[in-house]
Ligand binder design. Structure first.
Ligand code: COA
Ligand code: AMP
Length: 634
């Protein structure tokens, strides 16, 4: 265990949070410095920097231009799927953002109004996010891989004044037209925006303004050509910057709220202390702006730091090959990169010897950070050996917005133990709890919890639903936030995260809900009931499997046809990213006497683990019948 800088910072962050975060807050520019650091007047709700006023866009752009970084690249947009590259300097990005902020204002968007952004990895997505921040509007970015039902659920909950969309996203195998997906989502949603603005991309232009709608449909370029630049609007530190929906166990997504003040302070602190990135450094996060990793480490943290961020519209493999990341590192002189382990597994599968690395100058690369799912020791070892730089796991979630556990490369690098994201990050009082909140001894697994208050930048609540926030996260153990992950702390204080203890899925680093996949399946007229479980997958970490009981009277001979329709249904409703391949039609599902489906038991059987069968099982013979169906391939 460290006795140096890490230990001192960690202890101080918990014993003197006002002093620790008050100091960190000096790296952010405030129009009114906060009157307080931690406000715990209304537990279990804790707020940071109450009374402080600032603008996040000002801190991400204007202040850097003012301080002489105007000509430094803010974003390198690199898009192998379109064959395009474009560098936006801080001054150039500021100009685009100010103009688009003016365009949004001209549509009546003001402080506190929501704007849904349904766009792929193009610079305009970043422009849209920062433009909202500039005028105090609240963005909610929806990942482009989500299909209409998921998009509709988010529109319904966020109630946006405006929806911003691109005409299409580009997958290596096909062009995905967004406008029909958005139209279908708006048809489903009872909430309608006042306007939809479409960014036209040449790969598939969208029909704009041709439908008979209650809202205006506008062309992005035309709207911008008439716009006057807008200035930054000060907001309270505790005002929302964005809502990012994430999957729970039910089909209804949870609107994670991020505030302005705590977020700016925490992300700026993390960029240097966790990731070792300083102003002027070049940083590459291969993720998507639709996920929290994209929000925090493609957009906000690097820009709040005055670093340069690579915005990569491509894949780890296939665009054109498994050397794509190395090409980006060498083209832009990347100091550190961040992605999901699944991306490295894909590269390892296609180029096991790392032969493609040889063609590129990787001398600038100092560290690789991986997060979003468990980093298996094999992948860690492969990457470490092939790249010859530290490969650093870090564990966190949409809810926290920045790492809970990490090896803090800027503050004090520590020895790496494969399979562990290292230690709790300053600000996070991580404890592993067992039954009745009993702390588990070192080495023994339990529920990973964080003693309240959570540090700045983490969720203060769920959008419009304090009760769900308390019920879902704060009720299992009094005074603790329940992460939903299980794991243990070892005798050196290293944390090992073993996986979700609930039914949340993690497919190729994408967080998905069993509930929304089940809702899509249950909508099929032949389905009586169904269950979705996540099972181990070599490439994607986990993939869903569905078990389906057909309604009485449906011909069992049509099972294959129904299974094919169900797979398509999940693609159409949830999105292709759900990656549902295997659908088994079965006679019955195992349940407890109170009717709860035994998903965990089935998951254990499917992964070839010893399955725990609860004593409350209604009919044990159902599981026996399912055993051959669930058994993992030999
Ligand atoms: N828009 C529309 N469709 C999308 C999409 C998007 N943004 N992203 C993925 N999809 C589609 C894919 O085209 C694919 O469709 P298909 O079934 O018709 O082929 C499907 O969703 C599954 O995609 P994916 O999970 O990406 O699997 P893959 O086999 O195409 O690629 C990897 C595998 C490992 C290369 C890929 O998952 C990857 O790059 N993962 C990194 C994950 C990541 O960055 N996560 C962010 C969290 S840090
Ligand atoms: P998301 O909210 O999409 O970032 O997903 C968060 C979930 O992904 C966590 O609750 C974990 O289950 C999983 N996860 C993220 N990072 C890691 C990691 N480094 N190790 C293990 N699991 C992780």
């Amino acid at each position: 265990m460290s006795t140096g800088a890490y230990s001192a910072a960690y202890q101080r962050s918990l014993q003197d949070p006002d002093g620790f975060w008050g100091e960190a807050a000096r790296a952010v520019e405030w129009s009114t410095p906060p009157a307080r650091v931690l406000d715990s007047d209304r537990p279990p709700f804790h707020r940071w920097f109450a009374g402080g006023r600032l603008n996040t866009c000002f801190n991400a752009l204007d202040r850097h231009v003012r301080d002489g970084r105007g000509d430094q690249p803010a974003i390198h947009y690199d898009s192998p799927v379109t064959g395009t590259r474009r560098t936006l300097t801080y001054a150039g990005l500021l100009e685009e953002v100010a103009t688009f902020a003016g365009a949004l204002a001209s549509l009546g968007v003001g402080k506190g109004d929501r704007v849904v952004v349904y766009m792929p990895m193009v610079p305009e997505a970043v422009v849209a996010m920062l433009a909202c921040a500039r005028i105090g509007a609240v963005h909610s970015v929806v990942f482009g891989g989500f299909a209409p039902a998921e998009l509709a659920a988010r529109i319904e909950d966020a109630r946006p004044v405006v929806v911003l969309a691109a005409s299409c996203g580009i997958e290596p195998s096909r062009v995905v037209e967004y406008k029909p997906l958005l139209d279908a989502a708006l048809d489903r949603s009872s909430h309608k925006p006042q306007a939809v603005v479409v960014l036209q991309r040449e790969q598939a232009r969208a029909a704009v303004g041709e439908r008979d709608t209650d809202w205006e449909e506008l062309d992005w370029a035309e709207l911008v050509s008439d716009a006057e630049p807008a200035d930054c609007v000060d907001v309270e530190a505790t005002d929302p910057l964005y809502i990012l929906y994430t999957s729970g166990t039910t089909g209804r997504p949870k609107g994670i709220v991020r505030d302005n003040g705590g977020h700016a302070v925490a992300l700026r602190w993390s960029m240097t202390n966790v990731f070792g990135i300083d102003p002027g450094d070049t940083w590459f996060t291969a993720s998507d702006v639709g996920w929290v990793v994209g929000h925090s480490y493609i957009v906000y943290a690097p820009l709040l730091t005055g670093a340069t961020s690579v915005l990569y519209e491509g894949k780890p493999v296939g665009t054109p090959d498994a050397g794509a990341f190395w090409r980006v590192v060498s083209d832009y002189g990347v100091k550190a990169m961040f992605t999901a382990p699944t991306a490295y597994r894909a590269i390892k599968r296609d180029d096991p010897e790392g032969a493609l690395m040889a063609g590129y100058d990787l001398s600038t690369l100092e560290t690789v950070f991986l997060a979003g799912e468990r980093l298996d020791p094999d992948t860690w070892e492969w990457a470490t050996l092939r790249l010859g730089v530290p490969v650093v796991d870090n564990w966190w979630q949409t809810e926290t917005g920045w790492p809970i556990a990490a090896n803090l490369r800027g503050l004090e690098p520590m020895p790496i133990k494969p399979g562990s994201p290292t230690v709790p990050v300053p600000g996070y009082a991580v404890e592993v709890l067992g039954e009745a909140g009993r702390p588990m001894p070192a080495g023994e697994e339990g529920a990973i919890c964080i003693r309240l208050p959570l540090p700045p930048g983490t969720l203060p609540t769920l959008w419009g639903d304090d009760d769900r926030y308390v019920a879902g996260y704060l009720s299992a153990f009094d005074g603790y936030y329940l992460t939903g992950d299980g794991g243990f702390l070892d005798e050196d204080g290293y944390l090992f995260v073993m996986g979700r203890t609930d039914d949340v899925l993690n497919v190729a680093g994408h967080r998905l809900s069993t509930g929304s996949i089940e809702a899509a399946l249950a909508g099929h007229p032949a389905v009586a009931e169904c269950a979705v479980i996540g099972v181990h997958d070599e490439l994607k970490g986990q993939v869903p499997r569905a078990l389906v009981v057909l309604k009485a009277g449906v011909d069992r001979g049509s099972a294959d046809a129904v299974a094919a329709e169900l797979r398509q249904r999940v693609r159409d409703e949830v999105g292709a990213i759900a990656s549902l391949q295997r659908v088994d039609v079965v006679a019955a599902l195992p349940k407890t006497r109170s009717g709860k489906i035994l998903r965990k038991t089935m998951r254990e059987m499917a992964d070839g683990l010893p399955a725990k069968v609860p004593g409350t099982i209604e009919d044990a013979s159902v599981l026996e019948t399912l055993a051959p169906v669930l058994a993992p391939p030999p």
